[in-house]
Design a binder for this molecule. Sequence first.
Ligand code: FAD
Length: 475
Amino acid sequence: SPAIVWFRRDLRLCDNLALLAAVRTGRPVVCIYIREPSDEFAGALGAAQACWLHHSLHALDQSLAQSGNRLLLRTGNPLATITELTTLTGAASVFWNRRYDADGVRTDTAVKAALTERGIEAKSFTGFLMHEPLRLLTGQNRRYQVYTPFWRAFEAQVRIQDDLLVPSSMAPPENLPGSESLTCWNLLPSNPNWARGFEVHWQPGEAGAQARLDAFAEDSIDRYRNGRDYPADMSTSRLSPHLAMGEISPHRVWNATSAVFNERTAEDVVQFRRQLVWREFSWHLLFHCPDMATANLNSRFDSFAWRGDSDNLSAWQRGMTGYPIVDAGMRELWQTGWMHNRVRMVAASFLIKHLLIDWRQGERWFRNTLLDADQANNAASWQWVAGSGADAAPFFRIFNPIKQGETFDPSGTYVKRYCPELAGLPDRYVHRPFDAPDAVLTDAGVVLGHNYPKPLVSHPFARQRALAAYRATAQ
Ligand code: FAD
């Protein structure tokens, strides 16, 4: 009687407690990934992340093949699918790593109850996060609402798990049931193949995740504190798509930073860990406020008069707002499936405050285009920028996209990378082409309104309009 491992957003063999539990039974191991038709973890699976999932599942199957095993792919309701598989294989145990979104929690509970009733061992583990949102609570047994106390409690109470190697043997049963074909899942775009550009930047799968972590720990963690806000710098880890798919455990990422911790890197390591723990905090919030991706955490925003402006939304999505730092970010997102955190904040703030478009529209666009789309991080970050979230930036703190560009991309390297039509502008105008004298624009070959857009709104006007809209909301 084999043991079943149900893979979800934990597409890795190292540091996988569910897999380890199955191997430790000493019985044959059946590995399955279930595609849930209507709701793939973070609501509808975004198009960019669907591509990533394809490659990640392929990589996992290849790794399993090295142990003579393989990944079974099934589409359907998890409870029905797992029940059928236990009958087919005669499995006596099913193991998986827990989910923390509302649908996931419901599914986990139902599967566990049904299997237990049939006398089948059903055990779930912590694999996606480092903390358990039900266990790490305030002194009053409540959820955390503010980051710093959460971080302190995390540091004091969460035990970081040692790295666990790939189990040495995971032989399948003799009669392994058939699998659906990954190709037939049609997760990749065909015509046009808008994802072609992704391949240059990313290597989905566990090996790619480990390589990325090694490179970060060796080459850039010591630049993290000072460099992480500069989008041209590439000094952040870029582990987010791997973490979103569970190709690497957050414990392993934490441990890698311990290995390079010394007097010189101490500040960088702490800054980095604080970011990694923001991910935990976002999931803590989502677990306790399951509709965070659709409902304002602060109900004051329920009466906010958003503008339903589809032309402006489309200009923002295409990177055609006339503000170079925003446009470079939106084009980076489209071309590479990722955007630098500082620019995400500026671009999100621009949509919400300069264009007065509901943050949920931005959340949806990011979910569909980000390779690291993460239900909790995305919703928490959008609400953070909007001012409607937990421990959020206040609404009235409105980013000036020109100043943000000049501060964090002083020579325009990042902007020129993604807006090549501005490459000929001198540094002082690269973030404000609309202020450049005609002769400068002509010299640089920039014709505003022709090869680069005029700004959708002026910054001072947009700022006043946003503040007035905020004041008009009910207190
Ligand atoms: P690093 O700086 O190297 O950080 C390491 C890891 O810590 C990241 O991989 C990520 O898992 C976590 N992390 C870092 N910053 C944050 C943060 N602010 N909140 C939560 N976790 C964080 N992150 C996502 O993973 N998925 C999203 O869908 C997402 N949407 C966002 C939307 C907006 C509007 C904003 C402002 C931020 C969003 N973020 C999201 C957070 C952050 O921008 C990314 O996690 C980060 O840019 C990923 O790059 P990195 O791996 O190089 O980060």
